[in-house]
Design a protein around this ligand. Structure first.
Ligand code: FES
Length: 85
């Protein structure tokens, strides 16, 4: 995982077996940066209270909240990862 900033918004980029996914780098529970969490397969775990989200969809898998995380369309052109904003 890594973080990029677009218009002051932190976007987390996840590389899952060579496929890239982009989502807002903020857990909706207490605003923790998901990029500091743990990525296992397609599931990222929030570092604070361990909510889990599917990086492909942003859907909440488990945790103390009910909100999903916004995801953004990603396209790869050569060595460049483009995020639709
Ligand atoms: S801040 Fe992410 S689960 Fe609490």
């Amino acid at each position: 995982m890594t973080v990029v900033a677009i218009d002051r918004e932190r976007i987390m980029l996840a590389n899952v077996d060579g496929q890239f996914f982009a989502l807002r780098d903020m857990c909706g529970h207490r605003n923790a940066p998901l990029s500091r969490g743990r990525l296992e397969g397609c599931i990222v775990e929030c570092p604070l209270h361990f909510a889990q989200f599917d990086v492909r969809t942003g859907k909440l898998v488990d945790g103390p909240i009910s909100a999903d995380v916004p995801v953004y369309e990603v396209r790869v052109e050569g060595d460049t990862v483009l995020v639709k904003w």
